[in-house]
Write a protein that binds this ligand. Sequence first.
Ligand code: PEP
Length: 253
Amino acid sequence: MRKKIVAGNWKMNTLPAEGVELAENIRADRNQVCSCVNFIVCPPFTHLGGVIEALRGSDIEVGAQNCAAEDKGAYTGEVSAAMLAALGCRYVILGHSERRQYYGETSATLNKKMAQAFANGLQPIYCVGENLEEREAGRHFEVVKTQIEEVIYNLTPAQFARTVIAYEPVWAIGTGKTATAEQAQEIHAYIRTILREKFGAAADETPILYGGSCKPSNAPELFAKEDVDGGLIGGAALKAADFLAIGKGFPQK
Ligand code: PEP
């Protein structure tokens, strides 16, 4: 049975005190959702200490939205994976389309960041996804395959076993346009196939999350699909009630 995951990417939103309040609100009502759902929140760096403190003793995990490609030293403005792990982070989002698009992150950079994450015991949530032009040209499979092959194929089996994948079509992020459940299933199944080609049956254990305007109303349809193991949530992760309601979207077994 694959892990069911709902991860919130807060992006550059909320002030530190607001972030702590959001975490407290999620914690307060977390028991309304099946304990079989794994919740992860990924606040900005400045909020991590306070949010980790607010969630201590709960089963809600904390992740960062990025980490440095180097281990330490003269890299002004960067935050290392070791620093995140020392604070109590368990996850780190890597390869988000906003990082690829606005900060020029390439597979070469992401290979180094993945190595830093693993060296420090962090589990990466590795994002892939095509933009609108690529989707319209029918190139989405090819784009996602390259993003997987250039980074995920370099992992050892032990590292792969600790990896979460997020499929996020860029055209659906923050736009209100969601991939249909059929579109999501089609590409999630494809991702699992290419993971299986490299890692065999271990790919059947890999959580593959959908991201892109996922909300309480569309989560049930998406999460009902066989290869959709949860969501990476942006906008709707900023309201505790919506974030938790998304966790109620898994099919009841
Ligand atoms: C995201 O950026 O990871 C995301 C899924 O955003 P949204 O839910 O706002 O589309």
